[in-house]
Design a protein around this ligand. Structure first.
Ligand SMILES: Nc1ncnc2c1ncn2[C@@H]1O[C@H](COP(=O)(O)OP(=O)(O)O)[C@@H](O)[C@H]1O
Ligand SMILES: [Mg+2]
Length: 301
């Protein structure tokens, strides 16, 4: 299903998509994280979308906000879409609306403007979308740009405006969450210390998404190789060795996949016939990255 066109003049919406969408399955299936963590995330979104409107806010205070926090390149943004797609499949009662907010359009604006833009988003745009009666998942990606910590912002050049914008986000999330139980917010952050404490305290769940360990890296490498050479058998022991080295260097999941790309682009015949790639090519790419000083020094014991 194609993404819905964002109406002109609506600021702050990066995209609108109706889910489930077959092309979004990868965003869940090919993001490797502990199974229990993915389950917890999906269960939360299912409960929130289906039951939040029925429970008393006193009996079970649930805000409709989950935060995915962790280093860049660990799958937070991708997984936010993936979990929404899975929820749409599981609920199976018509399309779910996935709303991707682009936080970077706000703080750069003139004094007072960002606060007004945030207010418009929460007072008009999101209620309009929610009033269609469908379940809605709103992604507040890189929320540190939107709900800037008021402590830290006091050092910035434009603190008053930033404070007001943060206030507008907090009251906006509160208002939308209260008035529209069909809406669930998923926020991501690469920099938890930069997110306002009051925003974090509203979260029903904060999931720490970690840099992958050797086992996860092994799965990611194998999955990336399958992308290029479906069905080809790869040297299992060699795969484990490369995965262990990647983990020692502290590569994040995105860097692991890019390492395979580096390997493909390192030789003309591989660039032309990537299906012939071997684990040894990836090991070689890691070695040359290391020699070029492009990798962090491995953490000591
Ligand atoms: N845990 C993971 N497992 C597999 N691939 C991943 C994982 N995390 C990231 N990736 C790869 O990196 C890409 C970018 O991830 P992204 O969701 O933007 O990370 P983040 O939002 O945490 O910075 C993904 O599309 C995927 O190819
Ligand atoms: Mg991201």
């Amino acid at each position: 299903m194609p993404a819905i066109t964002v109406p002109p003049g609506v600021e702050g919406l990066a995209s609108l998509t109706e889910l489930p969408d077959a092309t979004w399955l990868d965003r869940w299936d090919r993001i490797f994280l502990p199974v229990a963590q993915k389950d917890r995330l999906l269960d939360y979104v299912l409960f929130s979308l289906r039951h939040r409107g029925r429970v008393s806010q006193v009996g079970l205070p649930i805000h409709g906000l989950i935060v995915l926090s962790g280093p860049p390149g660990t799958g937070k943004t991708t997984l936010a879409g993936g979990v929404a797609d899975q929820a749409a499949r599981t609920l199976d009662d018509g399309p779910l609306l996935f709303v991707d907010i682009d936080p970077h359009v706000f703080p750069s604006q003139m004094l007072g403007e960002s606060q007004r833009a945030v207010a418009r988003l929460f007072e008009r745009t999101l209620p309009d979308l929610a009033s269609r009666g469908r379940p809605v998942v709103v992604l507040l990606d890189e929320v540190e740009a939107l709900a800037v910590s008021r402590n830290r912002a006091s050092l910035e050049t434009n603190p008053v405006d930033v404070h007001r914008a943060t206030d507008a986000v907090l009251s906006g999330v509160d208002r939308v969450a209260r008035a529209w139980p069909n809406v669930t917010f998923i926020a991501t952050t690469n920099y938890r210390a930069g997110v306002d404490a009051a925003f974090l305290s509203r979260a029903d769940l904060i999931e720490e998404i970690a840099t992958p360990g050797p086992e996860a890296i092994r799965s990611i490498l194998a999955d990336t190789l399958i992308e290029l050479s479906e069905g080809a058998a790869h040297d299992e022991a060699a795969l484990s060795r490369v995965a262990a080295s990647c983990a020692e260097f502290g590569l994040d999941a995105r860097q692991v996949r890019k390492l395979v790309l580096r390997a493909v682009c390192s030789r003309r015949e591989l660039a032309l016939h990537p299906e012939t790639i071997q684990v040894a090519d990836v090991a070689e790419a890691l070695r040359s990255e290391q020699e070029a000083g492009a990798l962090p020094v491995p953490a000591g014991p």
